[in-house]
Unconditional design. Structure first.
Length: 308
C-alpha cells in the first residue's frame, strides 16, 4: 500500500493541563492526548482526508497501547510503529499561558523509543512510494535516528519535507551542519524563524528562506507567528498575513500547518494557496487546547479563512 503522506519521528502522549494560566504544580487535572510532531502532522493530514502513516517506536507499556489505539481512531496507519522492549513511551507536559507562553516538560530519559529507529525499522518501498515523506529535526538529534533519517532521505525522488523542528533539550551535538545536510536532501524546508536560524544563521526571514533554498529545496517556508508566514521559491516569494484568533494553546499550530501544507501540495495547489490554507489550519488549532485531538477538518479551515 502506498500513502499520500508518510511521516517519521517523534511520538508520545501529551498530558496538557485543563487549568489555564497556572504553573504545573498548581494543575489539578490533565487531558491525555496523542502527541509528537511527526504524529501530529500525520493526524492533521488524515483529518483532511489523506491516507497517512507514521514510522516511529513506542515502549512496551500501556501508553504505547494508547498511542496505537489513538492512531487507529484518527485513521493513521500504525503498521510502521515498532516497540522498544526497554524504553518507555514518552510523555510531554506543558503549561498554558496564552497568547504565547507554553513551556514544555518532556519525559524522554534516558532516551525515547522514536530515537532508536534504525534502517531495518523502515520499509524502503513505502518510503519511496509515499506521495510525501516528512522528517523532523528532532530525528537528527542523536544516533541511531540521525543516520537513519539522513539515509532514508536518499531513498526519495519525490516530494520530501524536512521540518526543522528545533528542540534544543534533545541535542548534545552542534545541530547546524546536520540540519543543513537534511535540508539539502529535501524538496521543501519548513520551520519558524528560530528554527531556520539554527540551520542557516540569523537574518531577515526572506534572507533565511533564500539561504535554505541555496541548499537545494525548491520551496522554503518560514513561519513568523503573529506576523504570518513567508514562503519562497527561487523565482518569487509570498508573505501571508496572520489569521486573527483568540489563542488557547499554540503548541499544535505548527503541526496543523504541516499537515495542511501537505494536503495542499498533494492537491496540486499553488504555493500561496497552500500556505494560506495551512496558516488558517494552524490558527484553528491555536484556538483549541489539544494538538492531535483538535486538528481541523477542511470545513473548519475554510470557515476560518472566510471569517479572517
Amino acid at each position: 500500500m502506498s500513502f499520500d503522506l508518510l511521516t517519521m519521528g517523534r511520538i508520545g502522549v501529551d498530558l496538557y493541563p485543563e487549568q489555564i494560566g497556572v504553573p504545573l504544580e498548581q494543575v489539578r487535572t490533565f487531558r491525555k492526548m496523542l502527541g509528537g510532531t511527526a504524529t501530529n502532522v500525520a493526524v492533521a493530514a488524515a483529518r483532511l482526508g489523506r491516507r497517512t502513516a507514521v514510522v516511529t517506536k513506542v515502549g512496551d507499556d500501556p501508553f504505547g497501547g494508547f498511542v496505537r489505539g489513538a492512531l487507529a481512531a484518527f485513521g493513521v496507519d500504525a503498521s510502521f510503529v515498532g516497540t522498544d522492549p526497554v524504553l518507555r513511551t514518552p510523555l510531554a507536559f506543558c503549561e498554558i499561558h496564552p497568547p504565547d507562553d507554553f513551556p514544555l516538560l518532556f519525559y524522554r530519559e534516558p532516551s525515547a523509543p522514536d530515537l532508536q529507529l534504525g534502517p531495518d525499522d523502515l520499509d524502503a518501498d513505502a518510503v519511496r512510494a509515499a506521495g510525501i515523506f516528512w522528517v523532523t529535526g528532532t530525528g537528527l538529534s542523536v544516533e541511531p535516528s540521525r543516520s537513519t533519517t539522513l539515509e532514508a532521505l536518499t531513498w526519495r525522488s519525490g516530494e520530501t519535507i524536512v521540518d526543522l523542528d528545533w528542540r534544543p533539550m534533545f541535542w548534545t551535538d552542534e545541530p547546524t551542519e546536520l540540519m543543513r545536510a537534511a535540508v539539502a536532501r529535501a524538496t521543501v524546508a519548513v520551520g519558524n524563524a528560530e528554527e531556520a536560524s539554527v540551520a542557516v544563521g540569523e537574518a531577515e526571514p526572506l534572507e533565511m528562506a533564500r539561504r535554505l533554498l541555496a541548499l537545494g529545496p525548491r520551496l522554503a517556508v518560514v513561519k513568523l507567528g503573529p506576523r504570518g508566514v513567508l514562503a519562497a521559491t527561487a523565482e518569487q516569494h509570498w508573505v501571508v498575513p496572520p489569521v486573527p484568533v483568540e489563542v488557547v494553546n499554540g503548541l499544535g499550530a505548527g503541526d496543523a500547518f504541516g499537515g495542511a501544507l501537505c494536503h495542499g501540495l498533494l492537491s496540486g495547489w499553488d504555493v500561496e494557496r497552500c500556505v494560506r490554507f495551512a496558516n488558517a489550519a494552524g490558527a484553528v488549532v491555536a484556538s483549541r487546547l489539544g494538538c492531535a485531538d483538535d486538528m481541523p477538518t477542511a470545513a473548519d479551515v475554510e470557515e476560518r479563512l472566510c471569517s479572517a
